[in-house]
Ligand binder design. Sequence first.
Ligand code: C2E
Ligand code: MG
Ligand code: MG
Length: 397
Amino acid sequence: MIYLLDDEPEILTLLSDVAESSGLVAHTYTYGQDLLDEVAEFSVDAILMLDLQMPQMDGIEVMRRLVQAQMSPRLILMSGQDIGVLYSAEKLARAHGLEVIASLSKPISIKHFRQVLQEVAISPEVRVLGADHSGGHEIDEAELRHAIGDEQMVLHYQPQFDLASGALTSVEALVRWNHPELGLIFPDRFLPLAERTGAIGELTSWVIEEAVGQAQRWYQDGLPVTVSANISAFDITSLTLPEQLAELLTSTRLDPTRLVLELTESALMGELVTSLDILTRLRLKGIELSIDDFGTGYSSLSQLHRVPFTELKVDRSFIMAMSEDQEARAIVKTCIMLGHELNMKVVGEGVETQRHFDILRDLGCDRGQGYFLSRPAGAEQITKQLQESKDSGHSGW
Ligand code: C2E
Ligand code: MG
Ligand code: MG
């Protein structure tokens, strides 16, 4: 089910035709208030395509009213204004706890819109929206902590490829919760709870141990791939983290340069002295550091200057917009130049199309990661991919 809200009736007709030809049932509205009056509840998989600029009630207000009414459809945002407006709206939506599937600038490219709808429909990693959407099942701290100790967490791995040679160079570990009743739950549904309650400490330890163990197994099987793991703001307040990691690497005899820790810019917002102490010691122990979702946080440049990062991951919102949007492309190009000037490897996230791939390669980006190249999958399937990549003679590592 897709709900379309735009003050221009012609656009509504066009969009609903495309949505229906993609197999969705479409409802159209020209006024936000009509939609809010009429729709009492959104189903779990409902999508709301929302124009930001509307004369009576604009898209931002619609979002706020949805949140007040505790409704959380997945959003596709659209705007005729510059891309900056779309990004701020996207950030705002996420701050409200709403999922944004895509942001499209107007005039809407029908091809792109169709692609977005297909992506939503065919994702093999079926997303369970969890918590408030799952028959009243609320995840609480006790259940989360139990799950971490009870081996209910699993890691999926998403390959990264060298854009020049096509070699599979590294994989990013992404945590999922294999819930006995709710099925596979994605991190955006339980990380905030884990961070709020401090359970993230245990989760991170589990993730890193599991990822390092897997990296070690791959190494022993003749598939020496670099593994990245994500860490949170909370983790870089624990002064013992570098030693714990060093011990883990020694006991598994894994080369520290095969482990990359990714952290987002906002993770660096807290106690700067402590986090700098920890991050510097991690680097001294040979562990690589990556700045994730680059371009979406705050004070990016001073962070880059202070923290000894070895890798920069350009946020997927820029990659996904750059084929249509000159400003987004300029941002990507600048990030790549900046990363290279600072001796970092640059990774483009969210490579969803051949065109994204081509543009990144032409801009000199080192590596790419995204659905077009390879989706996240369990260790077994990734092992096959690593084996195939090795057999085909790529030696990117
Ligand atoms: P991230 O580190 O930026 O990870 C990339 C996210 O983008 C993953 O979502 C991945 O599935 C998704 N993705 C990959 N390719 C594409 C693409 O082409 N298009 C689109 N639209 N998305 C793509 P996922 O697994 O849901 O993870 C979301 C975020 O949760 C991660 O963002 C990361 O910040 C956090 N996260 C995941 N695992 C862990 C973990 O073990 N610990 C911590 N602290 N955070 C984690
Ligand atoms: Mg990451
Ligand atoms: Mg990222």
